[in-house]
Design a protein around this ligand. Structure first.
Ligand SMILES: [Zn+2]
Length: 300
């Protein structure tokens, strides 16, 4: 597949684990409405929502919320029923979980095309990796890899911790930290792609369907555009040549670009962005006043 050069760097947005339950800042229904509105206002079309189907019945309005993402023109995709890690699950049980999700998703969309591995774990042995890859292809499911990994889930955990403790949240500072952390991760993986592939591919950003995304994804989109990025539909991102390339490595859990860089011989230590680290992010949140600084010497 040949590609004409694009004047702009390109990235698609994807949101995992939908529909998530009520958060500390937003209930689930409000979060969904805000996310759809934010994507609509900023003109983002065809974002991906990777559904954890056991959540549909578990959380209030789960079914309505998935239907709403679909009705808004976003892509509904399979993220398994119960979020098993393939590295800790045998192939048959893993596939049964995938199939259960397919069954439940057929009520929303009869032609689910994309599948994302929970935890981005694609198998701890080459045999498992290959077996599941073949079985997914048999089912007509494509591997919806990401190219930009990050710890947005941990940022949310820190915000939840702050909210629960009653610490006042400065939304301006919080939005800035969210956007800045993600932009840095995107630039990191784009630079890595330039080293490993010699070009900037069509990227896929991993996000989660959480309160921070609902509150600040519009700011993120605007900032990315300022930096020369174009936000593309998820389907378009998977037209990139890297979608056809299966790196010969078991190093998958930081996304396709890192896997390709690993297969090309780069040191694994160079493949992790500095902000993919809980201590780093906690320190940042304390420094910026989102979390109270631990003042007791015992905490140092
Ligand atoms: Zn997930």
């Amino acid at each position: 597949m040949s590609q004409s050069p694009s004047p702009q760097r390109q990235i698609a947005l994807s949101f995992d684990d939908a529909p998530r339950g009520d958060g500390e800042l937003l209930d689930g229904r409000t979060r969904t409405a805000m996310l759809i509105d934010a994507l609509d206002r900023t003109g983002v079309e065809g974002a991906g929502f990777f559904v954890l189907t056991e959540n549909i019945a578990k959380f209030d309005g789960g079914s309505d919320r998935i239907a709403a993402y679909h009705a808004a023109g976003h892509v509904i995709a399979n993220h398994t029923h119960t979020h098993p890690s393939l590295n800790k699950t045998d192939v048959d049980r893993f596939l049964a979980d995938v199939d259960q999700a397919t069954e439940l998703l057929s009520g929303f969309d009869e032609s689910i095309e994309f599948f994302r591995f929970p935890f981005l774990r694609e198998g701890d042995t080459t045999e498992k990796h290959r077996a599941v890859r073949e079985e997914l292809a048999e089912r007509g499911l494509r591997n919806a890899y990401v190219t930009v990994d990050n710890y947005d889930w941990y940022l949310q955990a820190l915000v939840d911790e702050a909210a629960k403790s009653g610490h006042p949240l400065d939304h301006t500072v919080l939005g800035h930290l969210y956007v800045q952390t993600l932009v840095e991760a995107i630039e990191f993986y784009d630079a890595l792609a330039n080293r490993a592939l010699g070009r900037s591919p069509r990227h896929v950003l991993l996000l989660h369907e959480n309160d921070l995304a609902a509150l600040f994804v519009d700011d993120l989109v605007l900032r990315l555009r300022e930096l020369g990025w174009s936000i593309i539909p998820l389907n378009d991102a998977y037209e990139d040549d890297i979608a056809e390339q299966q790196p010969d490595t078991l190093f998958h859990n930081q996304g396709r670009v890192a896997a390709m860089a690993h297969a090309a011989g780069l040191d694994p230590k160079e493949l992790v962005h500095v902000a993919e680290d809980e201590i780093y992010l906690r320190d940042m949140f304390e420094d910026e006043g989102i979390l109270p600084k631990p003042d007791s010497p015992a905490n140092e």
